[in-house]
Design a protein around this ligand. Sequence first.
Ligand code: GLA
Length: 339
Amino acid sequence: MTEKNANRAIRRLHEVYRDYFTIGAAVNAYTVKQQQELLRTHFNSITAENDMKFESLQPKENQFNFETADKLIEFAEQNDMQVRGHTLVWHNQTPDWVFLGENEELASKELLLARMKTHINTVVGRYKGKIASWDVVNEVIEDHGDTLLRSSKWLDIVGPEFIEKAFEYAHEADPETRLFYNDYNESFPEKREKIYSLVKSLVQKGVPIHGVGLQAHWNLHTPSLDHIKEAIERYASLGLTLHLTELDISVFDFEDKRTDLLQPTEEMLEKQNKRYEQMFSLLREYKDVISNVTFWGAADDYTWLSDFPVRGRKNWPFVFDEDHNPKTSFWGITDFKSK
Ligand code: GLA
């Protein structure tokens, strides 16, 4: 905490944002203990960082393991928090058996769809009424070139309709929960347009989709505020709700491979503060279309960015520091006049 803020009363982040959007954090079994106080105080929504992914919930066929996921739901219930479910259909963290048929050959389309249905039915059904929104399909857009969809076993075996099937199954399992398409690099114009055209086609086909998740793994310089604004407007023009689902602001540019820092520099913290302040000011302007902003973590003592994209390189992407105290950026996003 900087000197000038030392004696200021800390307001709860989610209360400051009560008239704007819910404030979330990605959590796991470790952080719900380690960061318990911080989570309870400042957040009113959680997402399981890994514990609701396919490999965690159904590591072997028909052997579901809900232990940790259930505990996270319980934590949310005890603390009056919403839950964002993450994620049902993805090319990563999905066990190999899902795509295999007999004799180690690829599963048939029918078999894979039947497995998808069983998984979605079981998982979404179990948490019916407890999970307010689900990232149904994650990251299916190809990053580069003209190709729309990323190559994956889902696509190879089922064809593009695997996407709409996932939404249909999820909707059948819980008609009330809100269903999202979620992706990264979502604010860069080239990828934004691809995401937009995919989601638009789903909407036009009458697929039950209610929202777009902007992962928002950003850094001090990119994406630009203009690009963020354009992305928000573009997705919102489809008439869907938007969530920022995995927000963090890396103090390193993606290409920056330095590993020597034990602390963030003052310059980094200043830039990060400014960036958070400008971004949240923009997000507040769009409160009518944005209903949740979730950080991919809560405080700088735990972040996936300390292992990605450079293994073992510490990062400090949040508005709370390693001791769970507010950083300057916390004041940057909480000091504003309500409109
Ligand atoms: C993607 C996924 C998340 C998580 C992050 C990295 O954004 O959607 O579940 O795996 O990568 O932590």
